[in-house]
Design a protein. Structure first.
Length: 188
């Protein structure tokens, strides 16, 4: 069992905070570079009328390299950066990114898990929601300088999409699709 003995800030940027963690493990002093970052929520959206997942596509500069364009296919998601319930933040993210005003009671908690455990260990909470066109208020796309593309991915194409490496995607989205096929689609 490890024990943190010291955390030192490296810089003070806007959304993350690089730190050095000094800890002991097996009676040996060690160091680890890490980032303190916000926890987040993500939402698996199923558009009932379209029989499609509603996902987003946006530029993620950290994944830019020679072989990739940096655009990721993701679940609708957002950071936990305000003092309100996680389900309320999920509702707000669906409206901002995808344009649908889904009631909080229509968002079902699935699970939570840790992401980027080698550098930050932020916790992500996953929700599921069913939407239709009666909930649409605008086209989505995010707020401020966000450039988010809203995509309808037909359920019939989702399994092939999960393993098509042409599309860059997050493991959380793939896990959410599996959950859907085992818990929602299987019972229809």
């Amino acid at each position: 069992m490890g024990k943190i003995t010291k955390i030192s800030p490296l810089k003070d940027p806007k959304f993350i905070k690089p730190i050095e963690i000094q800890y002991t493990q097996s009676n040996q002093a060690k160091k680890w570079e890490a980032i303190i970052s916000h926890n987040s929520v993500s939402i698996l959206l199923w558009h009932k009328d379209e029989d499609a997942f509603v996902i987003v596509k946006q530029l993620r500069p950290p994944v830019l390299n020679v072989n990739e364009d940096g655009y990721m296919h993701e679940l609708c998601a957002g950071i936990v950066d305000k003092n309100t319930s996680l389900v309320q933040i999920a509702k707000e993210e669906v409206l901002e990114e995808c344009g649908y005003n889904i009631p909080t009671q229509n968002l079902q908690y699935i699970t939570s898990f840790f992401t980027s455990v080698g550098i930050s260990g932020a916790k992500q909470t996953l929700y599921y929601g069913e939407i239709d066109e009666t909930m649409k208020e605008h086209d989505g796309g995010g707020i401020h300088d966000e450039e988010i593309e809203v995509i309808f991915l037909k359920i019939s194409q989702a399994k092939e999409f999960m393993f098509n490496e042409k599309f860059q995607k997050t493991p959380g989205m793939m896990m959410a699709f599996y959950w859907f096929f085992e818990n929602i689609k299987k019972n229809q």
